[in-house]
Design a protein around this ligand. Sequence first.
Ligand SMILES: [Zn+2]
Ligand SMILES: [Zn+2]
Length: 136
Amino acid sequence: MKDVIENKLKLRSVKPTAMRLLVLQALLNEKKALSLNELETILEHADRTTIFRTLKTFQEKFLVHRVYDGSGMVKYAVCDDDCNCSLQENHLHFLCTKCSTTYCLKDAPIAIPTIPKGFKAKYANYLIEGSCSSCN
Ligand SMILES: [Zn+2]
Ligand SMILES: [Zn+2]
């Protein structure tokens, strides 16, 4: 597991500090999008500001992407190794309203909608709400 995490950081030219390894490990272990609060709970001894800064670095390097699932807290999910977080690579997110888990539906491609002339899209957030397979 440690190798996988270190390789992921290396691939994105991110120096593997202890905190970065911990945060990435937590995100990979949980297999779902996590909020800063949730990460803080998992990483008991880590400082909130440091976790936040780590997430910001990860986001800049396309290691994680943001998910807005309407819970009021932005969540973070691990990107695939070849992801550059472009609009074309975007995928659906699914919020289970029963267990509050947010999933990345990476196999659900989305057509990019046509937006008015003169507008430039940088980020899009597609969310489906419902109940997940563990809750059904
Ligand atoms: Zn569920
Ligand atoms: Zn995702």
